[in-house]
Design a binder for this molecule. Structure first.
Ligand SMILES: NC(=O)c1ccc[n+]([C@@H]2O[C@H](COP(=O)([O-])OP(=O)(O)OC[C@H]3O[C@@H](n4cnc5c(N)ncnc54)[C@H](OP(=O)(O)O)[C@@H]3O)[C@@H](O)[C@H]2O)c1
Length: 264
């Protein structure tokens, strides 16, 4: 089916819709005629985006939500149901890049990372799945990261939570297979968004444009893919790390894949 009709009138919740990948996905879905539910914590940015979408004649609502708080996620889902009485897509995108080294493990940083990067998605799925079961249809899209296929030094809290999410999505996809619900996990490499704006990355792993990620997500949905890796050239990263972990460690160290902090 073509882009232009597939998303028309579909009800799509996008978490993390105030910036980067989420904001651009929400805009693209709106252009394609979807009814978009914008969720994030920054009310002013949510309202500005909603007003922009409405100003181009498209439908959107904004629901201020901290996805790490289950009752706020329940409110997000209730508001969507009250307005449009169904949920066709959950784009579970909201996330935070929480770093920390292992020589001084900060359990609080791990907890914080799990709350947003893992439990935020878990709460949304937990409360949306019954609705999708009832509809006998629905599509859940997780925006994960290539870092969950091969960890980067200094990123322990982020990588651990995204790896947990990876496992959750893998089991979920298999368990809902016969119910009409589809599950896609997207693994982008570095993306040019505010999340990593203060990191200068090495030439071997350049920041890709948000548009590239948006296009890959749309294509992955249309083709009902279980996973999408961007860029495609890194499709075998996880397998390579399983077979040659020390070689991969060496490559990551040699090319300083963790990048350098830009000091302003
Ligand atoms: N940028 C990259 O290189 C990269 C690479 C691979 C994967 N990813 C993943 O892509 C996703 C989007 O990242 P991005 O690069 O677009 O980052 P971004 O520009 O920093 O946007 C993150 C979004 O998440 C929202 N958010 C953060 N904490 C939240 C919370 N507790 N509740 C609700 N919303 C929350 C933020 O909005 P508020 O502050 O308004 O809440 C914002 O809209 C993340 O899951 C990230 O891990 C990013």
């Amino acid at each position: 089916m073509k882009h232009s009709t597939f998303f028309k009138n579909k009800v799509i919740i996008v978490t993390g819709a105030t910036s980067g990948i989420g904001e651009n996905l929400a805009l693209r879905f709106s252009y394609l005629g979807a009814k978009v539910v914008l969720a994030a914590r920054n009310k002013a940015r949510l309202t500005a985006l909603k007003n922009h979408i409405n100003s181009i004649g498209k439908e959107a609502i904004a629901v201020k939500t901290d996805i790490s708080i289950e009752k706020e996620v329940i409110n997000l889902i209730n508001r969507t149901q009250d307005k449009w009485e169904r949920i066709d897509f959950l784009i579970s995108n909201a996330g935070q890049y929480i770093q920390g080294y292992m020589d001084d493990i900060n359990a609080e940083a791990f907890r914080e990372s799990f709350e947003v990067n893992f439990y935020g998605s878990l709460y949304a799925v937990k409360h949306i799945i019954p609705i999708m079961f009832h509809q006998k249809s629905g599509h859940i899209v997780f925006i994960n990261t290539l870092d969950s296929k091969k960890g980067i030094v200094g990123d322990g809290p982020y990588v651990a939570a995204k790896s947990a999410l990876n496992g959750f999505a893998d089991v979920l996809r298999q368990e809902v297979k016969e119910t009409g619900i589809k599950v896609l996990t997207v693994y982008p490499g570095r993306v040019d968004t505010p999340m990593i704006q203060d990191i200068h990355v090495p030439w071997i792993s350049p920041k890709m444009s948000v548009e590239k990620v948006v296009n890959a997500v749309i294509k992955g949905i249309l083709k009902n893919k279980p996973i999408v890796v961007i860029p495609k050239s890194l499709y075998f990263l996880g397998a390579l790390n399983n077979i040659f972990p020390r070689v991969m460690d060496w490559i990551y160290k040699k090319f300083r894949l963790e990048g350098n902090k830009i000091n302003n």
